[in-house]
Structure formats: structure tokens, C-alpha cells
Ligand binder design. Sequence first.
Ligand code: GLA
Length: 391
Amino acid sequence: MTETYQALNDQFSAVFGPGPAPAACFAPGRVNLIGEHTDYNGGHVLPCALDMGISVLARPNSVGAVRMYSANLSRGSRKTAPVTGAVHDPQRGWGNYPAGVIRSLENRGFVLPCGVDLFISGSVPNGAGLSSSAALEVSVACALHMLFFPQLTPEEMAFAGQEAENRFIGVQTGIMDQFASAMCRADHALFLKTADMSFTHVPLCLEGCALVLINTNKRHSLASSAYNQRRLECSRALEILRPYTDASALCDISPDQFAASAHHLQEETLLRRARHAVTENARTIEAANDLAKGDLAAFGRLMNASHISLRDDYAVTCPELDVLAEAAWAQPYVLGARMTGGGFGGCTVNLVRSDSVPRFIRETGRIYTEKTGLQAAFYTAAPGPGVHSIS
Ligand code: GLA
């Protein structure tokens, strides 16, 4: 639930001094339904926005600095950054995300004219693979758009967020998370072709089914994980296949072309990484068609196949994610289940018959705790709109 402007503004004034914050916006986290680790391989993705996300209230200040306050971290957490020329500072912690966005905007010619106070309040769990950092980046960009940069488009907010992630934070993420946070529509999935950034909104007609997210409560950390290594493996595989396929990205390669050229990948790891990218892209295109046709059973089978490929070929699941997926697959009222996001922890997404959701939660929670000793957390996804102002 998004807090109302009034409630947030009271907190803003308590932190930064009386008076209203002239800019207030909300950017959602996202769940990716299918199309994992394809966005930096020129492939397709199919995320939808959540109703959980990050709210930012902003007001210009006269202290010549960016002052930031997060209401979520215990007793509130304050950070600062310079108005221009910010560089990554390990002491700044989470404040590097807003600072990175401000720097990326500056690189694009959107230079802050003065200091600014940013009040941040979020409802999307950190480290759960639901894009809390993309939501933070996009909401900060939107607040600055409202204050200073009316020409800044939602697409540019997304690209500035990605650049912050890549150049400031140092994780070579693709564009999916920020683009979903900026561009999704309520009750729709976003079918995005990252090769040329063309997209359509596909209605999410779930007819008697619900999307249930399960958090392993095992924090994922993209920066310390093998994310950047996977990207490198994909570019090495592409270099080897390029002369035989003419592809400019791994997801340009069709499954047939791949079958004819895969023997050139003599290193088993590269073969597996490339096979995931090629097959996952094909699955995502098929899944978007199934969703548009309302064939949820076929959609669910593709979700399952996606998880298996991420587990066996791409090696980005972990025992906790596999336990959750397997527990879901064993239940008759589950149409499909897979890990979502970068992997190595975080969440699974499950397509479950609505009338069986309570039973699904009970059963899966029990099996998970039995097998891992951890408690899972459950959320029913309510696909909401992309970034918007709040009042
Ligand atoms: C993270 C990245 C995205 C994408 C996914 C995997 O969420 O931020 O760009 O690569 O992992 O699909």
C-alpha cells in the first residue's frame, strides 16, 4: 500500500523542516514473469509492476547539497551527496543509488541547479529480487523531473537508473527493472524486446488464478554474486558463435541456428550459458502469446521450463529457490513456478488457482521450513502502474 501524500509529507517536514514537498512520486518494484537473464543479451522480457515500491518526496534546499533520508532503515538513515560531480562513496551506502541517478542525469545534461532534500519511504523488501533499487532510482529521477526537468521522459528515467547501476554501483545489469518500474501499466505485463526497446502491454487476464510471490528470505546480492561473470560468459559465447550465425546478441540466435552452431562452443560452461539465453528468449516470446490467448496452462509450463534452465544451464538458482520451485510443482493447483529476478536468492513467482492460494501458502511454507530451516514470506502480486506522482 502506498502511503498518502499527507502522511508522507508530515514525515518529510519532521525531517527537513516545515512546509510541503512540491514533488512526490511512487515507483513500483517488479516481478518478472519470464525472460530471465535475456535483457543484456538482446532478448525479450515479460515483467509486471507490483503495488509495492518506493515513494520519494523532494524539495529544493539552499544548503548546496543533496540531503537524503530513508524512513525504512531503523531510526531513519541520513546520507548526503554533492549537487554535481558525485562519485561512488562506500561510506554513503544506499545513498549511492540516488547520488548515482543524479550523476547519470547530469551526464545527460540534466544538471541540478541547487541542493535538494529527498525523503524516501519504501514497501518493497530489499534484496528480494523485486527491484527495490530500480524503484529507488526511478522514483528519484521522477521527483527531480517534477522539480527541475520537465523534459525528462519515463524512458530516460529508466536509462538514467540503469546507468547509475552500471557505472556508479558497478553491477552490469540490463534495462528490464528500471524500464518496468517506469513503463508498466496496471493489470498488464510489459513485453519488451531489449534489442530495439520496442514493447507492448499485454493484458494480465489471470482468470481464476493469482500470482503468488514467495521470498526465500535469503538475501541475494547481485554485486557480490556471479551476475557480472554471467554477462562475461555470454559475451565470450557470442564472440565464438558470431562468425557462424551473424548474430549481434545471443538472443538473435534462433533455437535452430543454435542447434546447428552450438558444437563450436567447446567449453561446457559457455555452451550452457548460451543455451539458456537462446531457449529462454524463445520461451518468453511463446509465453507472451500464451498470455495474450489466455492459455495459462501453457504459460505455466514455460515458467517451469524457465526455472529448470536457470538452474541447470545458467546456474543462478540456489537450494532455497529450488526447494520452493519443486514444492510448488508438486501441488496440483499450481500452473507454474519459477525463480524471478537475478537469482542466487530472492523470490519465486507462482501461478496458482485462486481458490487454493491459502492451501498453497500453508503447504509450501511447511515444506520450505522443513527442508531449509528458514521461514518464507508470501505476497500476492497486484500488478500496478509504473512510476506516477502521488497526491
Ligand atoms: C536483475 C537485473 C536485470 C536482469 C535480471 C535477470 O534483476 O537488474 O537487468 O538481468 O537480473 O533477468
